[in-house]
Design a protein around this ligand. Structure first.
Ligand code: LUZ
Ligand code: MOS
Length: 752
């Protein structure tokens, strides 16, 4: 049986450098060719001429890849086919228009420089506001509605309106995009790809090569992080590698160096939100009207489901009795924004937290009290018609965390500190998370497994999930080990490969362990049931002896397993249904100190209480919670994407794009799991943990707002995201400026 505190199955491999990643395979292929893209120097232009002759003269260049080389369809768009691999119209700065294959990466790079390309520049749309003015949309309005929000707002005793700009985020997975392809027998290809969705990578390669999917095998050894960035965006690079291998019959490697990865691949969607809310004098919401604009970039990608997840999560943990929310996906000439941990949920939740904080500060009430008053209670239903099962957990977590973090005492201490310090202020905030678990596209919620027993009693487990550091294999090991009753050391979890499990879903939406774990359990149970009668006749026998005996009795020693999430459905026409199998719940308390001269901010302490059900692997879950929180903190406080006037990403490296590190970790960081929290109907009573903790970082942003407010009269604190030192600094200036005429300036202390 696996010890519940087992570390990550590759922990030793990670720290000793022996864990293999896709690019590590390159040394195993003699004759490997390297690919380098020809980059368009415009954000929007027509390609008027392309001539490869000079490039081919470069020593070491073997060939080029252009539209003429495509045997099938020259497009890598996963859903809508709107991503030409060799575009005639350039749609974002540095978009590859052709590729060069060389004996070395340097030869390919020099060859690409000598490729002659001419362009006719066109006017680019570079900001969401320009897109809105030009009505440049990929899609929308998408609408979700409950009751008559306008009427409720009109009838409310209090109203407020506002707007919020939310920045994007670079995934900055440590392993950049990589694929290695080689021709296999039968005109097919075998591709190792750093992809979250091997089946879709396979689909795109088959489409580009004009062959059936059974001719394409895509495998992912493991990834050095993905965070959603490789949910669809690994496909194009794998397709280029496959095209090169198919053309040259030599192995081809595509590997983006960091600066290219950042310039070419999509990010978290920046959002712009406009809102109006009507509310009671006690802070309870009556109606909210909301418009969300997401910057989708040059192609549609996953922007529609991302926007939908934002619309699903614009309630966070709160009952909004009447809601009118609509959303648009803006089309701009920038990288194509894509899945990123939380998948639109964080942006939707940020907006309602913004609204609630403004309501509290408008009424002179404590934000935590206003939040609490608006919580979903048992029996409540969301704006899309899903009952909030276990809504009582929100309050249970909240109350328990307030107690364990000593919230009331520390709030008083913060007030005292602020009264004594003119130039430095502290802020303390608590925020909840409710996050829906399941792919909102219902059909993705299925998984397969294939479990093999060998005669020596060793076990091989294949399943549809990919390992990206998140620990899915560690969790699968636990499931298989408990289901078969054998030690984890006798089980090998195989890398995801499309020739083992077909038609898999992306490992995404926090659902990897839920879905694949249940499929593995199904397969293991079948094998267990077959072995049971044999074992009954062999008291005292080892597992290997039982297996050998079963083999001799001609009992099949392998089984496939399958799982589909029950009872979920959603009708996009009416925007109602039960899209989620369940909700993950959590809350966080964060305390910050802000310097009034510089806007500099330090996180002093964070306490988290997370509902992970019965954890499948507590060490893994703790890592996900701490890492998710820190990644959210980066998004909300220090990471800032900048594009220059030409539409070129100005922050294409760690020197200009500031990432969270050890120095941003709170010196006091308490993470606990909710106890007695078994989740029925999920694998071994566990709950998803990949994405929900990211949104706990909203507590840091709200703590910053509290600190800014303390510089002034505690009125509304408009603060766009990310809350960088500059924005905090100017926020403080604003807060000080309204000091004179604000209504609650007398004592400055917010009421309960
Ligand atoms: N991917 C997806 C996701 O295709 N659909 C989703 O609902 C989702 N949610 C979170 C993360 N990735
Ligand atoms: Mo995702 S944002 O790959 O779950």
């Amino acid at each position: 049986m696996t010890n519940k505190m087992t570390p990550h199955e590759s922990a030793i491999g990670h720290v000793t450098g022996t864990a293999l990643y896709t690019d590590d395979l390159s040394t195993s292929f003699p004759g490997l060719l390297h690919a380098w893209p020809v980059l368009a120097p415009h954000a929007h232009a027509l390609l008027t001429r392309l001539d490869a002759n000079k490039a081919l003269e470069e020593p070491g260049v073997v060939t080029t890849l252009t539209a003429a080389d495509i045997p099938g369809e020259g497009d890598s768009g996963a859903n809508k086919h709107d991503e030409p691999l060799f575009p005639q119209e350039v749609l974002y700065h540095s978009q590859p228009v052709a590729w060069v294959l060389g004996e070395t990466q340097e030869a390919a790079r020099l060859g690409a420089k000598r490729m002659e390309a001419e362009y006719r520049p066109l006017v680019p749309v570079l900001t969401m506001h320009d897109a809105m003015t030009a009505q440049s949309y990929h899609s929308g309005p998408h609408h979700i509605q409950r009751g008559n929000a306008d009427e409720e707002i009109q009838r409310s005793p209090h109203r407020l309106s506002g707007e919020l700009t939310i920045g994007g985020q670079e995934h900055f997975y440590l392993e950049t995009m990589c694929a290695i392809a080689r021709a296999d027998q039968n005109d097919g290809v075998l591709v190792d790809s750093s992809t979250q969705h091997p089946a879709e990578t396979q689909e795109v390669i088959a489409r580009v090569l004009g062959i059936a999917r059974n001719q394409v095998t895509v495998r992912c050894l493991r990834m050095g992080g993905a965070f959603g960035g490789k949910e669809v965006q690994a496909n194009a690079w794998a397709a280029i590698a496959a095209l090169g291998a198919s053309k040259t019959k030599r192995p081809v490697r595509v590997r983006l160096p960091r600066a290219l990865d950042m310039a070419l691949t999509g990010k978290r969607h920046p959002f712009y939100a406009r809102f109006t809310a009507g509310f009671e004098s006690d802070g309870k919401l009556r109606g909210v009207a909301l418009e969300l604009f997401a910057d989708g970039g040059w192609s549609l990608d996953l922007s529609d489901p991302v926007l939908w997840r934002a619309l699903f999560h614009c309630d966070n943990a709160y009952l909004i009795p009447a809601l009118d929310a609509c959303g648009y996906v803006c089309k701009t000439h920038k990288t194509s924004q894509t899945a990123f941990r939380g998948f639109g949920g964080p942006q939707g939740m940020l907006v309602i937290e913004e609204i609630l904080d403004r309501i509290a500060r408008t009424l002179g009430l404590r934000p935590d009290v206003v939040r609490e008053r608006n919580f979903y209670r048992e029996g409540d239903v969301t704006h899309y018609g899903q009952p909030v099962k276990d809504a009582a957990r929100i309050e249970r977590i909240w109350t328990q965390l307030k107690r364990s973090s000593d919230f009331e005492t520390r709030l008083a201490q913060t007030e005292a500190f602020n009264a004594q310090n003119e130039f430095t202020k502290r802020g303390l905030a608590i925020t909840p998370v409710k996050f829906g678990i399941s792919f909102t596209a219902t059909f993705f919620n299925q998984a397969g497994a294939f479990v093999l027993l060998y005669r020596d009693g060793s076990v091989q487990v294949n399943h549809g999930g990919v390992e990206m550091g998140q620990g899915i294999h560690t969790k699968i090991l636990r499931v298989a080990s408990e289901a078969l009753g054998v030690p984890a050391e006798t089980i090998r979890v195989m890398p995801a490969s499309t020739d083992k499990i077909p038609n898999t879903s992306a490992t995404a939406a926090s659902a990897g362990a839920d879905l694949n774990g249940a499929a593995v359990l199904d397969a293991c149970r079948q094998i267990r049931d077959r072995l049971a009668p044999v074992a009954a006749k062999m008291p005292g026998a080892t597992f290997a002896e039982i297996v050998e005996s079963a083999y001799k009795r001609r009992i099949p020693l392998f089984a496939h397993g399958y799982y589909r999430t029950p009872e979920i459905h959603f009708d996009p026409k009416t925007a109602t249904g039960k899209p989620f199998h369940y909700y993950a719940y959590a809350a966080a308390v964060s305390e910050v100190e802000v310097d009034g001269f510089t806007g500099d901010c330090r996180l002093l302490r964070t306490d988290i209480l997370e509902d992970v059900g019965d954890s499948l692997a507590p060490l893994i879950d703790r890592g996900q919670i701490e890492g998710g929180f820190m990644q959210g903190l980066g998004w909300l406080t220090i990471e800032e994407l900048m594009w220059d006037q030409q539409g070129r990403l100005a922050t294409a490296g760690a020197s200009t794009y500031k990432l969270p590190s050890w120095s941003e970790m709170p010196p006091v960081f308490n993470v606990s799991f909710l106890e007695r929290a078994t989740e029925p109907g999920v694998i071994m009573g566990s709950k998803a943990v990949g994405e929900p903790p990211l949104m706990l970082a909203i507590s840091v942003r709200e703590a910053i707002r509290a600190a800014i407010a303390a510089f002034g009269a505690r009125g509304i604190v408009p603060l766009d995201s990310p809350a960088t030192p500059e924005r905090i600094f100017f926020g403080i200036q604003d807060a000080k400026a309204v000091h004179e005429d604000a209504p609650h300036s007398a004592a400055g202390v917010l009421r309960k």
